[in-house]
Design a binder for this molecule. Structure first.
Ligand code: CO8
Length: 373
């Protein structure tokens, strides 16, 4: 059975940054305007007044200091509060495919490959721009790739679950070079007008090339020793937007048609699940958590990563053992752990071990154990 290696990664970083100060200023202007508009109803006790957001809360509760977005003006316009994207004609590359191609080209260059070497494209993200044709097929065409493409969605675990599919395809011999790409345009499905979650997400795209070890040519290769995926149904993170909305005569702009969560519940329930998942996966592979040189963890919340790492090895995250990227990128759904892997692996030596792990909506947890070749 051929071994699978990760032979390259790529990262599309959007052009605009929104700091917490800018975000809070826009939110508070929106909330003040809403309160003025609803002053009489608020006075009668019929409508609850909106409460202000704060930079201090955001940094303390999440560890997030800023986020990247593809479009900034619409998000920060108190009269709009979501990005402004132009609808593109069908014969133009779609926005989601455009950022996917950017990240994918970087991954291909790192692996010493071109689009023609790819024989499968998995576009895996928390939301797709359209129902069909599959985003992956458009990306495949734009890259000049062969084989086939399909889309998949496991919310925050979309990347790790897709890597497992890619590794399985390589091991089974059905593919030699699989592109996994995670275009996360979270700004379009985040409710920027809700102070409980308006600070959480950022846009980004990551790409990972998974190849057969027999034919990979990259100077830097990461042997995939094992993958493990798990799901457990929960409504604590949910978005009801979908193709049934019209037939249900539901309001397409209602609150439940964008991201919503019970943050505390997610925090409490997912931390033990993720820590136990990583520990069990490592033990099944004959490893102890302390043998890991690095943990590239999902980037949702600083406190979650602190607790997971403490449970696993009794250490604090950040720095060397479990680098953080959420302070600058915020939560980028499935891309977070891959950004961490992309940006924080160059210093590891051949033989060094590490785990990429995602956790989020579903609930879903995915881990990938790697060793530098
Ligand atoms: N400013 C000031 N105060 C605030 C704010 C704010 N912005 N927001 C909330 N507060 C207040 C609350 O109202 C509450 O007040 P009170 O005590 O009076 O009721 C108080 O602060 C404390 O609120 P919380 O209990 O909610 O605060 P927490 O300490 O729990 O922190 C977090 C909130 C940061 C959300 C935290 O719970 C968390 O990070 N939880 C985990 C979340 C998580 O990991 N979710 C995963 C989601 S990602 C995923 O799965 C992918 C989904 C698909 C992508 C979607 C893209 C859009």
């Amino acid at each position: 059975m051929p071994q699978a290696v990760i032979s390259g990664t790529g990262l599309y970083r959007p052009p605009h940054v929104i700091t917490n100060a800018e975000l809070v200023e826009a939110f508070n202007a929106y909330a003040t305007a809403q309160n003025e508009k609803n002053a009489e109803a608020i006075a009668r006790g019929e409508v609850a007044a909106m409460t202000m957001s704060s930079v201090e809360f955001i940094e303390k509760a999440s560890g997030i200091k800023q986020r990247y977005v593809i479009e900034k003006a619409g998000v920060l316009d108190p009269a709009r509060m979501y990005p402004r994207f132009e609808e593109r004609p069908d014969d133009q590359l779609s926005l989601m495919a455009e950022i996917a191609v950017d990240a994918s080209r970087q991954a291909l260059a790192a692996a010493g490959r071109t689009g023609a070497d790819i024989d499968a494209v998995y576009c895996s993200a928390a939301n797709m721009q359209r129902a069909y044709p599959a985003m992956a097929v458009e990306i495949q065409a734009a890259l000049g790739a062969g084989g086939y493409g399909f889309d998949m969605n496991v919310a925050c675990s979309s990347a790790t679950f897709a890597i497992e599919q890619a590794v399985n395809a390589v091991r089974a011999g059905s593919s030699k070079c699989v592109l996994v790409v995670n275009p996360e345009i979270t700004s379009a499905h985040l409710e920027w007008r809700d102070r409980d979650c308006h600070f959480i997400f950022g846009d980004v795209c990551t790409a990972t090339l998974v190849e057969s070890a027999d034919t990979a040519v990259a100077a830097e290769q990461w042997e995939v020793l094992g993958t493990k995926c798990a799901t457990q149904f929960s409504n604590a993170i949910r978005n009801n937007f979908g193709f049934m909305n019209r037939a249900e005569d539901s309001d397409p702009l209602a609150r439940d048609k964008t991201f919503r969560q019970e943050g505390r519940k997610v925090f409490k329930e997912v931390v033990p699940l993720a820590a136990a998942h990583i520990e069990q996966h490592l033990r099944e592979m004959g490893f102890e958590p302390t043998q890991m040189r690095r943990f590239w963890l999902h980037q949702a919340n600083l406190g979650m990563n602190q607790l997971i790492l403490k449970k696993l090895v009794g250490a604090e995250p950040g720095g060397d053992l479990a680098p953080l990227v959420l302070d600058t990128f915020a939560n980028t759904a499935s891309a977070g752990s891959i950004i961490a892997f992309h940006e924080h692996r160059a210093d590891l030596k051949p033989g060094d071990l590490g785990v990429v792990c995602s956790f989020g909506a579903g609930y879903s947890i995915g881990s990938v154990i790697v060793r530098r070749r």
